[in-house]
Design a protein around this ligand. Structure first.
Ligand SMILES: Nc1nc2c(ncn2[C@@H]2O[C@H](COP(=O)(O)OP(=O)(O)OP(=O)(O)O)[C@@H](O)[C@H]2O)c(=O)[nH]1
Length: 354
């Protein structure tokens, strides 16, 4: 029987740097043939477009498959399994499969899917890489204290102080084989060390915690962990599954429901060309602050520039760079806005179109 193809799951919160890390990996793959499965949140394929735009020989468009029918953990059977089967049926099989989950997906149901008949004999989870935004976590944005939260819950069943964001963060840490503390360039050395130690103490025993900037890690470090994560799911406990860890559908749905994916939403804002890229970035930072937007990303048409401007904002930090010509795509500005449910669509749209 041929060896199983290793698959690496890359998870991590919105804007932590998953796409950046994968792009670096593809550009340094040293001839390894990597197939990518990308789970976009919302219906604008920004991450896929960014990766396709890297123009490298090893990341031909054929090898990039996008799942955009919602959260990967809720669409495993309908979307992920058929995609994986199609990938495994190809004549030229990849050496390695990398799966980028959307920042809101839970890694555990995805890892569990590798135990499905027809999948389990052909592919194995090489490792789960959880990318964290070192700056944000250090600043306490997604900090958590499991004991304190449990104590609070025990005191009052009606009082749930835990936000969905911190729940997801805990699940991502609990499932990791390797934690990448990214954006180290935005931290002092001592801050980076203390965060690394804190995450080491929260993760399962033996989990590697590695610092990185712009996700720049050697491919040999990221791939080839050889863990077989689908075989030890019980140790990757989902924080909110205190009662049982079975595969039954109801349990899965309850879990998905508990996490309330409906509590997040995304929508698209389009506009024509903008005149000044710096002024537009400043405008976006203001809109993000005013409306509590978690993540904003997309492509911008700048007057007089043939290239499209890629724009990515994590919190109020806005990054832009020109990546490639518009080509056949319409020359317009398209932005996806992601936040917790209740965003004021019309006010945000008006502010971005102003
Ligand atoms: N300063 C700094 N910025 C970074 C680093 N890594 C990524 N970024 C920036 O952070 C933003 C988000 O990075 P992505 O790679 O798109 O993050 P992601 O996790 O794929 O985000 P989602 O797809 O929204 O979940 C981009 O603007 C990156 O350029 C880093 O190490 N340092």
């Amino acid at each position: 029987m041929p060896a199983k193809i290793p698959a690496t799951v890359v998870t991590g919160f919105l804007g932590a740097g998953k796409t950046t890390l994968i792009r670096h990996m593809l550009q340094n793959a040293q001839g390894k043939r990597i197939a990518l499965i990308i789970n976009e949140f919302g219906d604008l394929g920004v991450d896929g477009d960014i990766l396709k735009g890297c123009g490298d020989e090893v990341c031909s468009e054929d090898d990039i498959v996008e799942l955009s029918n919602g959260c990967i953990c809720c669409t495993v059977a309908d979307d992920f399994i058929p995609t994986m089967e199609a990938l495994l049926a190809r004549e030229h099989k990849p050496d390695h499969i990398v799966i980028e989950t959307s920042g809101l997906a839970l890694p555990q149901p995805l890892v569990r899917a590798f135990n499905w008949p027809g999948i389990s004999t052909k592919v194995t989870v090489d490792g789960v890489v959880t990318v964290v935004d070192g700056r944000a976590v250090h600043d306490g944005q997604f900090a958590h204290n499991v004991a304190a939260v449990d104590a609070q819950r025990a005191q009052d069943e009606n009082l749930d102080h835990e936000t969905p964001l911190s729940e997801l963060f805990e699940d991502q840490v609990a499932c990791a084989d390797m934690i990448v503390v990214n954006k180290i360039d935005l931290l002092e050395a001592a801050e980076a060390d203390s965060l690394t130690n804190k995450l080491k103490s929260e993760a399962r025993a033996g989990v590697q915690v590695i610092k990185a900037s712009m996700g720049a890690l050697p491919v040999d470090v990221l791939l080839g962990q050889g863990i077989g994560a689908e075989g030890d799911l019980a140790s990757r406990h989902e924080i909110h599954h205190h009662h049982h860890h079975d595969d039954d559908e109801d349990d899965h749905h309850n879990h998905a429901h508990e996490h309330g994916h409906d509590e997040f939403e995304s929508f698209i804002v389009t506009r024509g060309e903008i005149a000044d890229a710096d002024a537009f970035a400043a405008q976006i930072a203001d809109v993000i602050r005013a409306h509590n937007i978690l993540r904003l990303k997309g492509f911008v048409a700048v007057a007089g520039k043939p290239m499209r401007l890629t724009l990515q904002a994590v919190g109020p930090r806005v990054d832009t760079y020109f990546d490639q010509p518009f080509g056949a795509a319409p020359r317009e500005t398209r932005l996806v806005v992601i936040g917790e449910a209740g965003l004021d669509h019309s006010a945000i749209t008006a502010a971005l179109q102003a």
